[in-house]
Design a protein around this ligand. Structure first.
Ligand SMILES: NC(=O)c1ccc[n+]([C@@H]2O[C@H](COP(=O)([O-])OP(=O)(O)OC[C@H]3O[C@@H](n4cnc5c(N)ncnc54)[C@H](OP(=O)(O)O)[C@@H]3O)[C@@H](O)[C@H]2O)c1
Length: 268
């Protein structure tokens, strides 16, 4: 299958949909002329589409008709009305939903049986082709549609499948946690600035340190504890830092943060 000819539609073109679009354009997955988008505010939509050279459509139906795969990029509470209004045009098309908490069962309750959809949660690094798409393993895409979904969006994100019970937790790890990482980078830089480094220098070394450390772990296949131990010389300085992190409950603060997100999701 030639994925470069795929026509991609976005119903809703806010922060996350435009991040996906930017990843597709940056990595030259498809031509801008093959991308279609709609939103409510036409002036803002036209401006955002012109910036990217993509096509602005006046409604969801127009997007669905023009596209080979349709991204549902509206807010979770807007999904039902949007897909119901475009139901005829969506029939037979692969629907790639990015709306948090709108899972397979919820789509069936909105559209009934006979539609082809997959529920996912992507994250913002997809804008530079380094995303994660957490996808629900229960979906109704045909094998060809799944190949199209993976062939196009797999070029800008790692796609990982989770059972329906774990979809939301996967979304927490992939979708919410980039904000934790941003706080980590900022706090590390605060410590370096406090001790005399400029902010600009700190923001050059801390993110690269994180990228390199994460890639090293993934590419070496080593356990993070083993990599940490290799840096901690007996009686040295790094272990003093590790010990100080534990004094202030570093690990537990991250576990606690995940617990609180899950608690909040359950209360919604
Ligand atoms: N932001 C993230 O990091 C993130 C991560 C994972 C998943 N998500 C999911 O991505 C989805 C979008 O989030 P977001 O942060 O991108 O929200 P957003 O910036 O508010 O974007 C929502 C978009 O939907 C459009 N819209 C609303 N009603 C519409 C309608 N009836 N027809 C067509 N377009 C309509 C809005 O248009 P107007 O602006 O013109 O009203 C806007 O372009 C959500 O479901 C969220 O759960 C977001």
């Amino acid at each position: 299958m030639d994925f470069s000819k795929a026509r991609i539609g976005f119903i809703g073109f806010g922060s996350m949909a435009s991040a996906i679009c930017d990843g597709l354009l940056l990595k030259k997955v498809v031509d801008p002329s093959s991308i279609y988008a709609c939103a409510r505010n036409m002036d803002r939509l036209r401006e955002r589409c012109e910036q990217r050279g993509i096509n602005a459509c006046s409604n969801a139906e127009e997007v669905a008709k023009a596209s080979d795969i349709v991204v549902i990029g509206v807010l979770p509470q807007q999904v039902e009305a949007v897909v119901k209004a475009a139901a005829d045009a969506l029939k037979g098309k692969p629907i790639f939903s990015i709306a948090a908490s709108i899972d397979y069962t919820r789509y069936v309750s909105y559209l009934g049986e006979g539609y082809h959809h997959i529920s996912t949660i992507p994250n913002t690094p997809i804008a530079i082709g380094e995303g994660i798409i957490v996808a629900e393993s229960t979906h109704s895409l045909t094998p060809e549609q799944l190949e199209l979904f993976e062939g196009v969006f797999g070029q800008i994100a790692r796609i990982e499948y989770f059972s329906p019970e774990l979809l939301s937790l996967g979304g927490t790890g992939a979708g919410c946690a980039p904000a934790f990482v941003d706080v980590f980078i900022e706090a590390m830089a605060d410590g370096l600035v406090k001790n005399g480094m400029t902010r600009a220098q700190a923001y050059k070394i801390v993110p690269q340190m994180m990228i390199g450390t994460a890639k090293y772990m993934m590419e070496s296949g080593k356990h993070p504890g083993e990599l940490k131990d290799a840096i901690c010389t007996p009686g040295g300085t790094t272990i003093v830092g590790i010990s100080a992190l534990e004094e202030t409950g570093f690990r537990n603060s991250l576990i606690h943060a995940i617990d609180k997100i899950i608690e909040k999701k359950h209360s919604m």
